[in-house]
Design a protein around this ligand. Sequence first.
Ligand code: HEM
Length: 362
Amino acid sequence: MKKNIEPCYYGDYLQLDKILGAQKLQSAKYGEPAHEETLFIIVHQVYELWFKQVLHELNTVIDTFNQETVKDQQLTQVVLRLQRVIQIQRLMNDQIAIMETMTPQQFLSFRDYLVPASGFQSIQFKRLEISLGLKREYRIDFDQQSFYNRLNDDDRALLEGLEKKPSLFELVDKWLSRMPLLKTTDFDFWAYYKSAADEMLSDDRNTIATNDTLSDADKRQEMKDWQSTRDNFDALFEHQQYETLREEGKFRLSHEAMLSALFIKQYSEEPIFNLPFQLITALTEIDEQLTIWRYRHAMMVQRMLGTKIGTGGSSGHHYLKKTTESNRIFLDFFNMATFLLPKHALPTLPDPVRKMLGFYLN
Ligand code: HEM
């Protein structure tokens, strides 16, 4: 590191003249400056700054996974950066409460001046979604065209270019798929797993069948859910069946990636799985925090607008609530809990396999 020769001045370094001079009220243009519009602008600007930081972290993570091999040292850095992203997301979720100190009526005093601008046009938010893996085909119907139609040509071209690049989801899927762990041994782990799963599922079925507190209708419903879990389990051990369910949208991870992730989750305490487990946990958390943001934002919108439409032309609260349920990225990491077996039901791993999973110096 070189010695600094020029004195640095706080305000110049942070370019505060630009940042603090960037709150221009729309309402002032029409002669009636609305007090709360300053809050509205600042809260949005702060979000955009945090989006910038999140993208800064995420892009390096994507670059790391976009290589033939990912070294352990790099994985440590990836996990640290994703944990930073999660902390920022938590803060962003809390910031909604600051916006909610504005009453709906105060909002109405300047809202109409904002048309047709909208969060739809937050390019950084859309970059974030797309980079994580929310490409066009995974969005809800309205969302597939809606925001693209509201962008200027440059922004649309930028996002369409990003759609063509591999997302973090795709790269992590590839990385998990090429894990060699399950292919270097004669030990048939999945055959053992299947028989343990069969036992667990038949216990579950029995519990439903003998539960006298359930009405006939409830019992039928629980049996239907049980059958769907059974089908998903069967697909886990049958490549073609898995692919069929994947095409129907029941899974998004490739079959190989799903099995690797499951193995990592089942044996997360094994030294070699420590970082991969932290990675999967961090991605799960990122999806959860993003979903919480969507939910809190939708609730805030309901509070401010009721059932009014948004300035960007969507149905407002109704549309946003739908994205909460549907625009998920790492959902498989959540649903994977369906397939987890209790520790006692797992096979004792043969010595050669254990050795591969630990750090043995001799
Ligand atoms: C009074 C406060 C707010 C209201 C009433 C509001 C309203 C809305 C509405 C109705 C939409 C749907 C699109 C449309 O038809 O316009 C939307 C989308 C969006 N808003 Fe807000 N919003 C508020 C605050 C914020 C804040 C503080 C942020 C922070 C950046 C934000 C970011 C977004 C984003 C990123 C979208 C796109 C979401 C998506 O397409 O899934 N909004 N907002």
